[in-house]
Design a protein around this ligand. Structure first.
Ligand SMILES: Cc1cc2nc3c(=O)[nH]c(=O)nc-3n(C[C@H](O)[C@H](O)[C@H](O)COP(=O)(O)O)c2cc1C
Length: 221
């Protein structure tokens, strides 16, 4: 599976089988996490065999079951933390999908188990990503129409529209899709709307757009 297929086939999965993640897949995830941390300065950590985060009331409320593995999205507190977590977290979500795993972004419906990961001075846990072998593969979310998610002056190039299609596949909190990507005179800009987790969503959406555009001739304005 390539990354484009991974974007199309990824859906949130909340119910997992008890099958353990094999050592080679764990190693590939750890390598991916290491690369993300190195590039970004984040402190993401893979937590394995820890059923308590998804064992309580919050998780039941969120309809989670069988989750014992997750990525703790830890990083330095600050303006950029949520967007960075979104961007690098989604890179790992798609990597997990390519490794045959299912996943779900979780901002709220879990319990923080501080002994399971480390949070350095000045850092915080922003969210987690549940991982594992799903009971099923989830279902595609409903998307707002592309027109509502973009604003374009003049004709937009093919790569911009490819990027938009990928952005529409991106997971967002409560499927809110509160983002807008604009194109004007070769300038591409993405902005987050108001609300919970919209900055994290923005990072996720920007990663999808970049990968989906299949073009490296542009940068974010
Ligand atoms: C930043 C973020 C936080 C989320 N938090 C939760 C959560 O606390 N509980 C939950 O069940 N789903 C959570 N989700 C999953 C979204 O509900 C899901 O991604 C969205 O409905 C789109 O569906 P899809 O992931 O299947 O495309 C979160 C997603 C994102 C991106």
């Amino acid at each position: 599976m390539d990354v484009y297929e991974a974007m199309r086939e990824r859906h949130s999965v909340r119910r997992y089988k008890q099958d353990p993640v094999p050592a080679d897949v764990v190693k590939a995830l750890q390598d991916g996490i290491g690369e993300c941390n190195k590039e970004s300065g984040l402190n993401f950590q893979l937590v394995l065999n820890e059923p308590r985060a998804f064992g309580g009331m919050m998780a039941r409320y969120g309809k989670f079951s069988g989750v014992s593995d997750y990525i703790a999205l830890v990083g330095r507190k600050g303006e950029l933390l949520d967007e960075l977590c979104g961007y690098y977290g989604e890179r790992l979500v798609l990597k997990a999908q390519m490794l045959g795993l299912n996943s779900c972004w979780v901002g709220l419906t879990y319990k923080k188990v501080p002994s399971a990961f480390s949070v350095g001075r000045g850092e915080k846990l922003a969210a987690v990503i549940a991982l594992g072998y799903g009971v099923d593969n989830g279902v595609a979310h409903k998307s707002r129409p592309m027109d509502e998610l973009m604003s374009v002056k003049g004709p937009a190039p093919e790569w911009f529209l490819r990027g938009m299609e990928a952005a529409m596949l991106a997971p967002t909190a409560m499927n809110q899709q509160k983002f807008r990507i604009s194109y004007e005179d070769g300038r591409v800009k993405a902005v987050a709307g108001r609300g919970f987790y919209t900055k994290m969503d923005l990072g996720i959406v920007k990663y999808h757009f970049e990968v989906g555009s299949r073009d490296s001739s542009w940068t974010w304005a």
